[in-house]
Design a protein around this ligand. Structure first.
Ligand code: BES
Ligand code: ZN
Ligand code: ZN
Length: 554
């Protein structure tokens, strides 16, 4: 993080000053009003002759009348009541507006109000810092970020610092996820990804287990192994555990697609579709980011995150069209397209997670289908779920965090489109069925028992080619802010009531709509056996055990 952030109770001269302006083009807040009146109304006069209309987000740069200040930015807040996301976006806009010759910034944010926002100065700084991120690890000449110090006026400095501490941790988690997604596949393999997860999370008290290829085989994950068998880089299966809640409380589980490179396999992708496939692990990166902020902010819930890490490559050993694999659930799958590999890895990851942890809720994130881009572009991620309640909670978190979701339908018809004539399932539908994102979600549903589950297809949003207020083009870190907001909603009675009402309005109980897979054989014994081995291994590994204990004692 390149910016130092502080909160002050009084004005301080800085290279750049931000003053907020109402829809009527009036200066908002005593600090900026005083600055204006003490300096011959230079802001009011500049506004009078400017072309801005007072709409949210409009801004002008004003040359300062004093030597102590280099530039003043007047930024309009418009006439709407400001949401938490609006405040964050204003922060991002500020970062974008600050001239490159300024080292320090002072934000006169007194006088702004928002019913939804916990602390305006901290949220503004959060938006500004989120926008400052760039991936320059591989640039031999780094672009210097001149701006070093950001100060904001606060009427309650203690609260601002308290909220900032939490938001700063969220930022570092988002940045880590963006970095992982940006990392090329020659440096981020399943093994190096697993190492990075250990290095990031073990010191924070998260219990991390990494299963290697032999252990994955013992678990019976034939679908995941089929994908990885063409690659020289062996798979890893990573299970992360945070025990912040009471012992008897079922965890909330998050599962991420972790294909570190998706060439398509023998159904190899053609130009330009392979470009960007280093980001096919964005779901896994998001759950790791979520676990980081959960641990840093000492979340009072039990959280499990799971990532199946594989590389999808063509080779003499690669799986072939028509191969039949047996998933951990016992269901057999006819692999008719090796490029529909994400659902194969998730089949085993979802089954493992729900069977082992019996979570209250299970949410998966996956760059699963190109079809979701045709449907929603990069504005919304696709949401699929067997639970109206969980969907509503996620949609509300999406609106609040700005990582928005749009729910798409699921119904029995689509199940029939993935029936194979010679195995239990096939991994693609027959030509002509279309609805590629929905049929993929139905494939995943076959690996979820009676559990409230949601699948987020993030293929369109993990990286973007346009600039957003708080995100530059490139990796977005999608999912970390959304799911952290989702977890926070459990602590907010008001939100849960709203969610309950919404879910009731929809008229369907979640339990009723949760689908059951009663004919699937359980592999609990196998899990227990491998678990035993893992525990023994960890017994020898003092660091892991010590961290697990540290976590348990929190
Ligand atoms: N990783 C891709 C999906 C994807 C596409 C992610 C574009 C990000 C941007 C996935 O594994 C895939 O290849 N899906 C196929 C499925 C098809 C073969 C049924 C697709 O969407 O074309
Ligand atoms: Zn693919
Ligand atoms: Zn893929």
């Amino acid at each position: 993080m390149c910016l130092n952030v502080s909160y002050l109770s009084t004005f301080e001269n800085s290279d750049c000053i931000v003053a907020f302006i109402s829809d009527k083009k009036e200066i908002v807040g005593k600090t900026a009003v005083d600055l204006d009146s003490e300096n011959n109304s230079f802001i009011s006069r500049a506004l009078k002759h400017s072309e801005i209309n007072g709409k949210f987000g409009e801004s002008i740069k004003i040359v300062s009348p004093t030597d102590d200040i280099k530039c003043v930015i007047a930024l309009c807040i418009g006439d709407r009541s400001l949401s938490q996301k609006d405040i964050e976006d204003l922060g991002g806009k500020i970062f974008t507006c600050v001239p490159s010759y300024c080292r320090s910034l002072f934000v006169c944010c007194d006088g702004i109000s928002s019913e939804e926002c916990d602390d305006i100065p901290a949220r503004l700084c959060y938006g500004a810092v989120l926008k400052s991120w760039q991936f320059d690890k591989y640039k031999t000449t780094k672009k210097e970020c001149k701006l070093q110090d950001v100060k904001a006026i606060s009427t309650n400095i203690d609260t601002s610092y308290k909220i900032w501490k939490l938001l700063k941790n969220l930022i570092s988690a988002v940045f880590m996820t963006r970095e992982l997604v940006s990392e090329p596949a020659n440096t981020l393999t399943p093994a190096s990804f697993a190492d990075r997860i250990m290095n990031e999370l073990l010191p924070l008290g998260v219990k991390v287990e990494v299963f290697d290829e032999t252990e994955i085989r013992h678990l019976g994950m034939g679908a995941l192994l089929g994908v990885s068998q063409g690659s020289d880089n062996p798979p890893k299966f990573v299970v992360m555990n945070w025990n912040g809640g009471s012992e008897d409380e079922a965890p909330i589980a998050f599962v991420g697609k972790g294909v570190t490179f998706d060439s398509g396999g023998l159904d190899i992708k053609t130009y330009p579709h392979m470009e960007g496939m280093k980001g096919d692990m964005a779901g896994a990166a998001a759950v790791v980011g979520l676990m980081k902020v959960v641990a840093l902010n000492e979340c009072k819930k039990n959280i499990v995150c799971v990532a199946g890490l594989v590389e999808n490559m063509p080779s003499g050993k690669a799986q072939k069209s028509g191969d039949i694999v047996t998933s951990m659930s016992g269901q057999t799958i006819e692999v008719l397209n090796t490029d529909a590999e994400g659902r194969l890895t998730l089949a085993d990851a979802l089954w493992y997670t729900q069977d082992k942890f019996k979570p209250q809720y299970m949410v998966d994130l996956a760059t699963l289908t190109g079809a979701i881009l045709y449907c929603l572009g990069d504005e919304y991620a696709g949401l699929f779920s067997n639970s109206d309640k969980l969907s509503k909670m996620l949609e509300i978190a999406g609106e609040k965090s700005g990582e928005k979701l749009w729910r798409l339908p699921m119904n029995d018809y689509y199940d029939s489109t993935i029936e194979s004539s010679i195995a239990d399932l096939k991994n693609i539908t027959s030509p002509g069925v279309k609805a590629g994102s929905i049929t993929a979600a139905h494939f995943l549903k076959k690996f979820v028992n009676n559990i409230e589950w949601a699948h987020l297809d993030i293929a369109g949003v993990e990286s973007i080619s346009r600039n957003l207020d708080t995100v530059n083009s490139g990796a977005t870190g999608f999912g970390v802010r959304l799911l952290y907001q989702f977890l926070e909603s459990f602590d907010c009675n008001d939100c849960s009531d709203k969610m309950k009402n919404n879910a009731e309005k929809l008229g369907q109980s979640a339990a009723k709509s949760a689908q059951t897979n009663s004919n699937v054989s359980s592999k609990k014994e196998t899990i227990a056996a491998v678990q035993q081995k893992q525990n023994e291994k960890q017994g020898a590994n003092g660091a892991t055990q010590a961290n697990a204990n540290a976590n348990a004692s929190k």
